[in-house]
Design a binder for this molecule. Sequence first.
Ligand code: ZN
Length: 682
Amino acid sequence: MKKTTITLFALAIMMVGCKKTNSEIQYNVDRFYDLEVLRYNVPDFDQLTLQQKKLVYYLSEAALQGRDILYDQNCKFNLPIRRALESIYINYPDKNDPQYLLMEKYLKRIWFSNGIHHHYSEDKFLPEFTEEWLRSAWQYVDPETTQVYDHCVNNLVPVMFDPQLLNKKVNQADGVDLLLTSACNYYQDVTQKEAEAYYAAHRDNSAEPLWNGLNAQLVKKDGVLQERTYKVGGLYGAALEKVVYWLEKAKEEAENDQQRLVIQKLIEFNKTGDLKTFNEYAIAWVGDLDSRVDFINGFTEVYGDPLGITGAWESMVNFKNLEATKRTKILADNAQWFEDNSPTDKAYKKEQVKGVSAKVINAAILGGDCYPSTPIGINLPNANWIRKEYGSKSVTIENITDAYAKAAEGNGFNEEFMLSAEEIELNRKYGVITDNCHTDLHECLGHGSGKLLPGVTKDDLKEHGSTIEEARADLFGLYYIADPKMVELGIMPDKEAYKAEYYRQMMNGAMTQLVRIEPGKDIEEAHMRNRQLIANWVLAHVNPEAPEVEIVAVPVANEKNSHDTPAEVKHFMKVNDYEGLRNLYGQLLAIIQEVTSTGNYQMAKELVETYAVKVDIDLHREMLERYKKLDLAPYKGFVNPVYTPVVDRDGNITDIKVDYTEGYVEQHLRYSRDYSPLPTWN
Ligand code: ZN
């Protein structure tokens, strides 16, 4: 489970008490459509030992080798389209042709989204260049490197240009077949009914269940359903073979036996696809607490599968930020206190919270589903029984958070959307600390809190499971960030600080996050749904006599207005009673925990459909207009640093150098050249 970056783009000038900066780093790299590409710094990399540096390097090679897998998972046409366009990009003679430049823009977008669907809205985006131009430019496709041939153009053109065809990556609309109407590639020629029946029949109900379907595409062949397993020698074998190659090297540099076991189990899993080995790997990974370097590599999050079963390939290599980890350790050490004192029903609490481990990390490389757009917090593994028996690991990715804040310095966002100087100042003073702290609470306590009643599984909430789970973790964080205990533990500076997070959550959840939604569209993404669910539920349950929080209309002075034109009005979030707001968060937390613990699908559906999906059309329009004037990109992603081994005469690696100068286009072309082992059609 991940916490994405949504609240962060609201952070403007708030570099309070931050770490030393690397003045040479250019944080803002590129900008196109609604996207901005940033760069992150990897502080303290130089403090790692040579062995740790080599470990990071080998793991980062393994991270990059899986890039193609995600493209193919997202849609089976992504790789052929990407390769054909990259080939044209390189070979086309007239680099100033306006059509060519429009193609470049489209290609940049494909790289950002790992395919032809928007990474966040999941809608297909359309090219601005013409179909005729593409057909004429097709002669520059190099069939040898791309495995895309002349006749392919007739298959690929409609996929790019026809607005109706494969128009949604992951469909979540009610009342239609979610598999047949989704463009993603986890199922082929399989109806939703068939797939649900198949996985229901294959559900493992033992005490240590296998996550059937996690690493497989489900296809129908000669009328029979069968799994194509992701493994060496199976589907995506060519990429997984390379991943294994680099993992073998990483294993040699493991910091300790536990970490060596983790890498060994992952190698075995990639080779065999055996889900029992995957469980062993996950358990070993949870138990690896002492290593400085850590990583994720494999089929992990299931948001991209309409049925939430199969994992998208992702990777992130990271190492502990020792200073900041002290903060999360305090939370982890007090996990039982938080569990016992939460406003949820006693029946839904864990008697004994096990092994909540949390740390603050610096990302060293982002890959697959974590790249270019990346979460700021991760909590794994996703298997509930492992979390219950062995605990989970939770991370807050501080160098990414920092990069967002730096890139947003002084961009005018808070000035436009916050009610008054008071809220702006609150955020300037406490924005970074509360945001990091909320992420810590969300990841290291929120997801790990509470329990399911006997017989209930995480699948019971079906398509609403992700939204409810994220809401639960967010609410846990919101409830506790205001607790005096946080000041007592020395995590929050004082009793005022939490207000910054409260204000931002309400403003973002009900109002400003709408800038990410196109006019006329519903909210689809689980984290966005969760945020609106919380904010809109709260607004609907305030005390009508004296609302704890409300949206207010403020007339705006405008010199163009004469007395006969109505004054312009802007809407703002206004919190009248922060203590009361905390109460409302606590009430909703109790409800959401009950829904989760009892697996109450009807109630989950009702909550999501009432508060999370539909947007207020007028408010949405206003947000878009005001946001547009700021000329900011609502979505951000990153380029990775480049790691290069320094080799002595005997061929020994003596150091690993980090470089922060590679551009966005350069990076993607290089990745497509050097890290693209899969065939075009899989
Ligand atoms: Zn989460």
